[in-house]
Design a protein around this ligand. Sequence first.
Ligand code: C2E
Ligand code: CA
Ligand code: CA
Length: 925
Amino acid sequence: MNVVLPWLRPRYRIRLGIASRLAISFIGVAGLILAANLVVQQGILVERTTRVLAPQPAAPVVTVAAAPAPVHVERAPAAPVVSPLLLEEAVGALARVDLVSQLRIKDASAPADAQYRQALAHLNEAAKSVAGSTASVGTDPALRHVRTELSAYSAHASAMLHTADARRAAEADRTALLDRLDVRVKEPLAGAWTIFGRVVSRQTLVELSDDIDSLRHHAEALEAATPISALQVAAISAAEQRVQKTLSANESAFRRGQSDAWYRAMNADLAQLIARREASIQLASDLADQTEAFAHQSDRLREALLKAGRIMAPALEAVAQVATRPSPAASAAPAVSSPTPALARARAAVQTKSVSRMPADSSSRGIIAWASGAAALLMILMCVGIIISTVVPVKRMVAATSQIAAGQYSVRVASGGITEFDTLANAFNTMADELAAARQASLHYQQGLEEKIQERTRRLQELAQRDPLTGLSNRRHLFALLDAAIERARTSGHWVGVLFLDVDNFKYINDGLGHAFGDSVLAGMGQRLAELSSAYGFAARLGGDEFTVVLERTNTIEEIRNLGAAIVAAFQSAMVIEGRELIVSVSVGACAYPIHAQQAGALLKAADMALFRAKALGRSQLSVFTPDLLDLAAAKFATEQGLRRAIDRNEFELFFQPEISGETLEVGLVEALIRWRAPNGELQLPGAFLPVAEQSGLAIEIGAWVLRRAVSAASSWHRGGWPDARVAINVSPRQLSDGQFVPRVAALLAEFELPARCIEIELTESVLQTGPATVAAIHKMRELGVAVALDDFGTGFSSLASLEILPLSRVKLDRSLICGIDTSPRSAAIAQAIIGMCQKLGLDITAEGVERPEQFAYLARQRSMFIQGFLLAHPVPQHELLPLLPIVRERARELLLTSAQGRGDGADITEARTQQSGRAAGARA
Ligand code: C2E
Ligand code: CA
Ligand code: CA
């Protein structure tokens, strides 16, 4: 609801709030109520002045003396007989006295009294006339009877009126007492508030007032009634008792509220009232009796008169009727005497209070009805107005709120209407704006968050799929990618090549150069593999130093083999890692989908088997899967199982292969080489089981067995037939890095009482990669007096560094280095250079794997050279060695001779060597 004053421009609109609207409404309603109340109040004032509502004293039944039309009874001259006229007059006078006496009973006023006395005098005169008209009055009994009856009649009338007056007096007293009670109660009530014509006062006073009103009501009936019934007496007595009861029941309240004197006066007046009422009732009863007696006396007088005058009764009846006809003059007689002024005031107050319990008259009721209707209408209008002006904006707000809840932030609530709602609407719109802004901000934030989450997820996914070191796919991702590649190949009909790569001797890099460096090497390898494989497929790191390359869209095993070989070849060129040039060779096993396996897992297993074989072949090897590898794998498994029991079952044997000195042609030392008499009885060469032992962790145990057996053998020869015996023992880098190796050797030498010079250990240059502790161990060996030989020289990549770093006493030239010395000048030149270098370093040199006399002839010409090979002797068991020694010597002599003969100086050389040999034998002896 928008209250707009039409003469005001819109910007001066008066906009009312709920509070002001409600205030206006209630002020309006209150005004109406006030007006109605005033009207009602005013109406009562008018009533008080214009209407007399107090109960009227009972109107006299007959207010006018029932004077018969004045019958002018002219006094006729006395006649000797009773004339009919005289008689008629006398009877009429009697009837008039009967009537007037009744009036006089009710009215004690002077005129009424005069009227009565006049009528009585007239009756006396008329009766005397009747009696006096006869001469024989003194004797006539009839006339005497008239006189007697007349005096009795007068006496009755006098007594009756006396009683009537007494009763009236009693009634007047009672009325006065009642008025006094009434005034005393109603005066305090007159000072009470009046709302809507209703008195607001003490309940006890009102109750007492009601009781008195009730008493007055009964009293009025009493006043009016001449014959008083027992019922009326009981009613008025009950009303009196109610007043008495109310008084005594609320004694303390009245004493407190009014006063003690007030209460005493009330009680005294009530007691007096009751006494007067009782007297009044008694008098009324007496009056009734007397009236009846008076009537009988009247009848007797009338009969006496009639008897005396012998008058016709009918005529008399007529006279009697005339006598009782009301006289118009009598109506003018004053009805009641006016009350005293004090009583009038009290009555007025009482009237006011009494009115308060009466319904208003029709006009005031109309005003009240009009006012009530207007108030109700106003209320309804206000209610409707307030409901509309409240509900409409609330509905608008609710609708807008649900729209906002549904995400429509553009919604706006129309302003206007009640101030509070207008303010609310504005606040709502501001909130909606802020919500929209917040929503926008949160959308931005959410977007950013989602991007971040996506980025994180991507990175997590990458982490989950990528190997963090090399950036290549990890094992898990490899399987997924390989599965996908297989699926593609299945539909396209291509082959998928799987290469399993393993870094040769990576452990030595890791142990020798540190893990950080090892990581850098792996990272470099990963990069190189990624580059190499990108054109055909992808590379992955399985873990450790194991890599996989998957080659897609290939068609033949040859293609796959060539790609694998290219990778092997690529790793034969040096990498620069942390500024260091390094050749890190790899061995590769290869297989292909669909010919070798159908699933990713099976393909990787097949490639792994091929890799095992490649490793067995040596470094930088490639092997393609063949079904027999499955047998090999099974064999490997069987070997491993067998090896675990071999030591306990004493299945290992130690063979010894002599190395002869090129200068003396004597066996300078023997190399201990392990053999395994497998459960099937076959003698296995170390190449068949040592790699398995190495992989399964049995190598240390086996190495310890070899060491003990070799020292034991050397000791037995040293004490037996070969005091200069020297045994070369192969030691794996793992054994050396144990930390316990040197003390163990020392303990064994002590145990077998063998001089340290009687043994020599053979190491491969891979010990360089196991770290400084190993090098320190070698130094300690040397300090012990144990010779140290570098085995397989010329096969590794850092041979020269080994010569510089390790405290060596011998170098063993690998078979591959010397195999071409007799056929290839180039090989001979290399061998010659190495031999020269070792000679310069003061190292002994052993040439391994000498199989041909030409090789022997070439090597025998070198200084400090030892020769080992099948040409001279195969490895033999311990018990065969001592008998073999002279045979080997002889064979060497022959070989030397033959080669010298070939050159033409054979006899001299052989002689010289034989002499050397003889000197040596002599020294031994
Ligand atoms: P290696 O240390 O180089 O041992 C020499 C190997 O060459 C021996 O093979 C020997 O039988 C073989 N050989 C000797 N002369 C010739 C020859 O003229 N022609 C050919 N083709 N081969 C010749 P074997 O006994 O099979 O040993 C193989 C390798 O096993 C050894 O190579 C050595 O590295 C390792 N090995 C053998 N016994 C032990 C051992 O007790 N401990 C350790 N750690 N390794 C051992
Ligand atoms: Ca060796
Ligand atoms: Ca060797």
